[in-house]
Write a protein that binds this ligand. Structure first.
Ligand SMILES: [Zn+2]
Length: 158
């Protein structure tokens, strides 16, 4: 499946081989390839059942609720709350990761559906004292190793 929209993204993965190379270490499969292609366009895409409407992440070819094979990717709004928080004090060297003081890894429960969750980290300027379970957050995009990466910022209260 070739990406044929505008050429604004510097990282275009026209082939599966290019996608696997761009996201080396992410375990690209037939099931999740479209999700990762979406990231190149700064879209957080998740599978949704065309029959019962249930969201499913990680992507599966069949709905775990109604067993429908009609699973389509849709963009989530990216708003939710921090459901789980870990702080990594050691790990492999990674672009933008500082283990000093603990690199936060958060799992966000998205507002689309209870238990629909996505794991990432927070923006670089996220106030340290607000990195806590229950904090409302919203999606932002940064880059790691030149690839768009979904991260979370404090939710802007409206
Ligand atoms: Zn379903």
């Amino acid at each position: 499946m070739a990406k044929n929209s505008e050429e604004t993204t510097s990282n275009v993965a026209d082939s599966d081989e290019q996608l696997i190379e761009l996201f080396a270490g992410h375990g690209i499969t037939r099931d999740n390839a479209a999700h990762f292609r979406g990231r190149l366009d700064r879209q957080l895409l998740m599978a949704r059942c065309g029959d019962c409407g249930r969201w499913q992440h990680p992507t599966r070819p069949m709905c775990p609720a109604c067993w429908s094979w009609d699973m389509q990717l849709e963009e989530v709004a990216g708003r939710g709350t921090i459901h789980l928080l870990m702080k990594l004090h050691q790990g492999p060297a990674a672009d933008g990761v500082d283990y000093e003081g603990g690199h936060p890894v958060i799992t966000v429960e998205l507002e689309e559906q209870p238990a629909l969750r996505f794991t990432s980290t927070v923006t670089a300027d996220f106030p340290t004292d607000q990195v806590a379970i229950g904090t409302p957050v919203e999606l932002e995009w940064t880059e790691r190793d030149g690839i768009p990466m979904p991260v979370f910022a404090p939710a802007v209260s409206s």
